[in-house]
Design a protein around this ligand. Structure first.
Ligand code: FES
Length: 129
């Protein structure tokens, strides 16, 4: 098995058994975004206390890459300071996914990132530009 095949297996595993998938009772902030080209939706929910991301969950429906990406992002951000989301970017998400992603699949990979960034910016009361 090549390294790429191995990472594809990991992505499929995340798709079948997503981490931090579900609904929170009382999220501090939540944001839902969709990919207009396919209609897939990811909602990110965050529980924040003293700027610390105490809990993070997501729900929605999407392809293997969008769900794997959402899972990896939640695992990465849990316990971090909310300010760190500002520096969380496309390169970091692609590094977490660890397989080459380009073209139309890029939107799949970045859907959860958009949602979590918007949630954070709403919380921090800043504009996303
Ligand atoms: Fe819809 Fe990937 S095909 S997010």
């Amino acid at each position: 098995m090549t390294a790429e095949e191995m990472y594809q297996e990991i992505i499929l595993d995340y798709y079948r058994n997503p981490k931090n998938f579900g609904t929170m009772q009382h999220p501090t902030v939540a944001f839902r975004d969709s990919n207009p080209s396919c209609g897939d939706i990811i909602e990110m929910q965050l529980e924040i206390k003293d700027e610390s991301i105490r809990d993070i969950k997501f729900l929605g429906k999407g392809c293997a890459i969008s769900i794997a990406s959402a899972s990896l992002i939640t695992e990465e951000l849990k316990g971090k300071n909310i300010q760190e989301i500002k520096n969380f970017n496309k390169e970091k998400v692609l590094k977490l996914l660890a397989i080459p992603i380009s073209g139309i699949r890029l939107k799949c990979a970045l859907l959860a990132l958009k949602a979590v960034k918007m949630a954070a910016y709403n919380y921090l009361g800043e504009n996303n530009d």
